[in-house]
Design a protein around this ligand. Sequence first.
Ligand code: RTP
Length: 148
Amino acid sequence: MEQTFIMIKPDGVQRGLIGEIISRFEKKGFYLKGLKLITVDRPFAEKHYADLSAKPFFSGLVDYIISGPVVAMVWEGKNVVTTGRKIIGATNPAQSEPGTIRGDFAIDIGRNVIHGSDSVESATKEIALWFPEGPVAWQNSLHSWIYE
Ligand code: RTP
């Protein structure tokens, strides 16, 4: 089944939003298949955001991501990449709808609380980068109550 990489950024951790964010993904019915609290160094953050290296905000973005621990997660479920992005909301919180994570908890694009893979291809790359040991293999016992 499809998997995505979700990261609670340092501002989300510092503001005590870990439980709230995990709860939203859990209550939707997605399965948590990887979870770690980790502080990454500059080369690692630059690798994660390599596609944005030419952007003017790149160095500020890297400074932000390495400024404290982040929560790295793998979530699994049908259409989890696209639905995960909807749960997160638009990149700029000024445009994120209320009811989304960024719409409810963020104001500034440079402090937007959470990251989610933007495609299945990015998810595969990001999961390999953050979880070289691989996700955890387990089967949720409620599976048939969530899927037809
Ligand atoms: P993310 O990767 O964090 O889920 O965000 P995204 O796909 O929605 O947005 P992307 O364009 O990939 O940008 C990655 C992160 O860079 C920061 N950003 N700052 N100052 C700016 O104009 C600006 N634009 C983007 C945001 O933290 C964004 O989430």
